[in-house]
Each structure stands twice: as structure tokens, then as C-alpha cells.
Design a protein around this ligand. Structure first.
Ligand SMILES: [Zn+2]
Length: 81
């Protein structure tokens, strides 16, 4: 059996297996294993960090979309009717 090192991104502790499952990627079934930090508080922080990152990413997408929409609407108003 392979021994894989899977340290926590926050504290560096070896992470533990939380759950296993299968996901369908296209037509291929892939087994996934979720590893978490043994330190519950640290794990919470890691999850929060991931959530914040995701939120920032979504905000960025929304902002760029809004900017694009603003450009379109300002073009429309600039045009003489
Ligand atoms: Zn940790």
C-alpha cells in the first residue's frame, strides 16, 4: 500500500480520511476521497478560506460581468436616438 503524504495546507498536520465516494465525470466513474485536518478548528479555518476564495472568485466574475453590461448600456445612451 502506498503511503501518501497529505499535509494540511494551514498547519501541516497529516490529514485524515473523512469520506469516500464516487463521482461521475462525464461517463467515467471516479472514486474520490476527502481528507480533512485532524484539528477541527484548523479544518474550519481551511474551509472558510476555501469559501472566501470562492466568494472572491464569484465577486470578480460578477464585477467583470457588471462592467461589461455598463459598457453596453453606456454605449446605448451615448448613441443619438
Ligand atoms: Zn490543519
Amino acid at each position: 500500500m502506498d503511503i501518501e503524504s497529505n499535509p494540511c495546507i494551514s498547519c501541516g498536520k497529516e490529514r485524515i480520511k473523512r469520506k469516500e465516494g464516487t463521482v461521475l465525470l462525464g461517463s467515467i466513474k471516479t472514486k474520490i476521497t476527502v481528507y480533512v485536518c485532524p484539528d477541527k478548528i484548523c479544518q474550519k479555518g481551511v474551509e472558510k478560506k476555501i469559501a472566501e476564495k470562492e466568494e472572491r472568485r464569484l465577486n470578480f466574475i460578477n464585477r467583470s460581468r457588471q462592467r461589461a453590461l455598463n459598457r453596453i448600456s453606456s454605449k446605448k445612451t451615448a448613441k443619438p436616438a
